[in-house]
Design a protein around this ligand. Structure first.
Ligand SMILES: Cc1ncc(COP(=O)(O)O)c(C=O)c1O
Length: 473
């Protein structure tokens, strides 16, 4: 009775990424009410600096109360505003904030900005603008599981993976780019572009200048687009510094060229400010045609005028944004160190990272076999027995089994400590069990060797005995 669009399975809802969330919902951890429940570590949410926003709101009550700085009501103005170009004050404040995150090395023109209901909507809108159904975008693996839904489901576009490997820390290489392009051609797919997340979800690493140069060279030689999802740009807490694709274009004197028109940035305040519920996203494009098409499309997913007004006030407070950004980075760094050390105690290593709200964790040594079935087997144990919802690498399309994304910024410090304790006891019991089963296996092997060789031994003995007997005769 329903359309083929809603009944097709390219939404990705059956991925272990979403299934983990469902399991968490059935038995959510609560310090008091459900201390044995599942701890949610599969959600890239930033709750570490919400208190800073709360105290700003306390000190500045007017914007949330529909008042201007003269304490006059602006309720009617906001209630009636429905221009899909967005509030100019908000667009100005947002581009300035985007520059600030990039150390003011680049500036953004508010006329090139399209407001969307989160990065989810921004990515899909860009797909609608750049790809026909059946066209492909190349994406480095592992990638954010939501892309299968955001980029493919309603647009009919396809994703072809750029296979990255742990051997070089999952870095993008020229060979991997060329191979993905060839793979798409072999599948008769027209490649329309490359999409990267910088810094990466799930790796928590920012792209190097070398990788960014490779990408610009690649899209210019193939005459395709580049989308840089920079939703985590404000979460970079350690060196190396974050380099935006805009900086690369500027430093290579490519601004205002045909190449720069094919480079588009996606941004959102869901991660850097920890406001996913407010649905504040944006597309920044150097191509006027894309800006105009995306603006028209944005009427399907606008940000409410009330939210735009509030955020324009918050982001216009430069002293606040400065303090917020540095304090948020400091807190993320502290949390990151805590989880890395906590896992290290249990002999679990993380990929070295400098950004994001998660670690990319190597649990290959805990797999019963080196395959994705064993990864899911381990994941189920971690969800149901250990009580942690983490995301298996296969849900991020990782090509190697045994990697997991573990989020650390959506819980209290106490909950993270408890999660680490659960990991420690799980690893200890697994090691003990493995040790015992290996010991048992050794015993079994020895016994089976004995039983196997017994007939021969018995035969030899009896034969010799017979001989002896014979000799004695
Ligand atoms: C790389 C990436 N892009 C987009 C999104 C969606 O963000 P939003 O809440 O702004 O729609 C996420 C959310 O996790 C993400 O990690």
């Amino acid at each position: 009775m329903l359309s083929s669009k809603v009944t097709c399975n390219s939404h990705g809802q059956d991925s272990s990424y979403f299934l983990g969330w469902e399991e968490y919902e059935k038995n959510p951890f609560d310090e008091v009410k459900n201390p044995n429940g599942i701890i949610q570590m599969g959600l890239a949410e930033n709750q570490l600096s919400l208190d800073l926003l709360e105290s700003w709101l306390q000190n500045n009550p007017q914007p949330a109360a529909f008042k201007n700085d003269k304490n006059q009501s602006i309720f009617r103005e906001l209630a009636l505003f429905q221009d899909y170009n967005g509030l100019p004050a908000f667009k100005n404040a947002l581009v300035r904030f985007m520059s600030e995150i990039r150390g003011n090395t680049v500036t953004f023109d508010p006329n090139n900005l399209v407001l969307t209901a989160g990065a989810t909507s921004a990515n899909e809108t860009l797909m609608f603008c750049l790809a026909n159904p059946g066209d492909a975008f190349l994406i480095p693996t592992p990638y954010y599981p939501g892309f299968d839904r955001d980029l493919k489901w309603r647009t009919g576009a396809e994703i072809v993976p750029i296979q990255c490997s742990s051997l070089n820390g999952f870095r993008i290489t020229k060979t991997a780019l060329e191979e993905a392009y060839k793979q798409a051609e072999n599948q008769n797919l027209k490649v329309k572009g490359v999409l990267v997340t910088n810094p990466s979800n799930p790796l928590g690493t920012s792209l190097s200048l070398h990788e960014l140069d490779l990408l610009v060279n690649f899209i210019s030689s193939k005459n395709i687009h580049l989308i840089s999802d920079e939703i985590y740009s404000g979460t970079v807490f350690n060196s190396p510094n974050f380099i935006s694709i805009m900086e690369v274009l500027k430093n290579r004197n490519l601004m205002n060229t045909e190449i720069s028109k094919r480079v588009h940035i996606v941004y959102s305040l869901s991660k850097d400010l920890g406001l996913p519920g407010f649905r504040i996203g944006a597309i920044y494009s150097n191509d006027k045609l894309v800006v105009s098409a995306a603006t028209k499309m944005s009427s399907f997913g606008l940000i409410s005028s009330q939210t735009q007004h509030l955020l324009s006030e918050i982001l216009s407070d430069r002293k606040f944004t400065q303090t917020y950004l540095s304090e948020n980075r400091r807190r993320l760094k502290e949390r990151h160190e805590m989880i890395v050390k906590g896992l290290q105690k249990s002999g679990i290593r993380c990929l070295q990272s400098n950004a994001g709200l998660f670690c990319w964790v190597d649990m290959r040594h805990l797999l019963s076999s080196n395959n994705f079935e064993s990864e899911i087997e381990l994941w189920k144990k971690i969800v149901y027995e250990v009580g942690l919802n983490i995301s298996p690498g296969s849900s991020c399309h990782c090509s190697e089994p045994g990697w997991f994304r573990v989020c650390f910024a959506n819980m209290s410090e106490e909950t993270l400590v408890l999660a680490m304790q659960r990991v420690t006891s799980f690893v200890e019991s697994t090691v003990k069990k493995n040790h015992m089963s290996r010991h048992q296996q050794l015993l079994n092997n020895r016994n089976s060797r004995r039983t196997k060789s017994l007939p021969k031994w018995v035969f030899e003995l009896s034969f010799n005995q017979r001989e002896i007997t014979v000799d004695e005769r």
